[in-house]
Ligand binder design. Sequence first.
Ligand code: BG6
Length: 482
Amino acid sequence: MAAPAQTLLLFGATGDLSRRMLLPSLFGLHADGLLPADLEIYGTARSEIDDDAFRKTAADALQSIVKDRDLAPDVLDRFLARVHYVAADASRPETLATLGEALGPRANAGLAIFLSTAPSLFESTIAGLEAAGLAGPQTRLALEKPLGHDLASSREINDAVARVFPEARTFRIDHYLGKETVQNLLALRFGNILFEPLWNASAIEHVEITVGETVGLEGRTSYFDGMGSLRDMVQNHMLQLLALVAMEAPAQFTATAVRDEKVKVLRSLRKLDAKESVIGQYVAGAVDGKPVPGYADELEKPSDTETFVALKAHVDNWRWQGVPFYLRTGKRLPRRTSEIVIQFRPVPHSMFAGKGAALQPNRLLISIQPEENISFTIMAKQPGLDRDGIRLREVPLDIRMANAFADVRRRIAYERLLLDLIEGDPTLFVRRDEVEAQWEWIDAIRAGWEANGMTPKTYPAGTWGPAAAIALTERDGVTWHE
Ligand code: BG6
């Protein structure tokens, strides 16, 4: 593995992601002694503020996010002492020279750069980094999504990055990969003998992946309205989940082996028939008992952007032939939930049929958030003397991660990703070929919608999307898990 970085340079340091996720994550790592002892953190953004003002911004952000008991004043002071600020305008490459001067010899002694700025600034930022001597062979570059809005724009960004940073030093973020339960999928599948022999079309009837959110636009109007749920959520997070569920067993837990297997799945996705997708947009309704406005009201203009998408995907390879992968995600749904359901097939023959007992096929439910649980339903005999026939009932085998690992602090995804970036491990970052395979599939879906003149159907906020999303699975005899 590469040498740990000695300097972390955060672009967009005064922005929302930095305040909500990056600074609290770095603080968490610092408080647990996990950051390299000599690591210094430089924030940069356009605001002309000094170190002290940025430290105040950081302290305020930590105070509102980190729980009080974790925020010991001496630990906070030592963290803030590591933090510096240099103003630079990423749209004007020449202004990055000041960063080069501020970092001095640190520029060539293990530098990790994190761009959480608009992608439109990536090209000029990279040019500025190069000119300022901040793109040497000891530098790694992390890029926050969105990495383009289609295949062509994603390639453009990837080309601009590749001119200066080789793939091995390019870390594309999909924060879902930093989530503990997402990584736990690998442990479940490849750390147990139980599932893998059945993990294929002969035993699995279908797979469901749901990422439901209760939030609406959250002030991100111009970004979201230009993207929609397909590009905001399916292109990245949901396809990564699908790839982890569907991939072959990597031979090692290394960046190359894991990403090689994921990309094979992404390239096996069948071109989607527009009829196998449903798009929706929320209108006024109620979430958690509170009235909320519709999407167009929040936007203050009509729009054809989808805030909900449901689709039936197929992985065209030997393992998954004939197994639908139902995906759905949306804003203003009734519950915040990310989960994967693996629905197994019925047993080939029931010896209990003559005794009146009905069997339900096994189901594995992997909940990613808000709770991390794994639940496997099995058939069990209801206790009794069976004079009127045998009764069997579904019983869950439940693993509540919070109980199983009660003494372990749950970390937010960015803690893991920032530490991996600092230490130089790209396994949980997205490789260029993956991101491009994802866009290729997504672009074809959008072209299909356009060719078919598809526009979003409405759904009241606080419901599971348009009725057509229910019909999408019901016509296969499948009911979404709720
Ligand atoms: C982001 C999307 O990538 O993921 C947001 O841009 C979405 O629209 C968010 O709300 C969801 O992340 P999480 O971790 O809350 O499920």
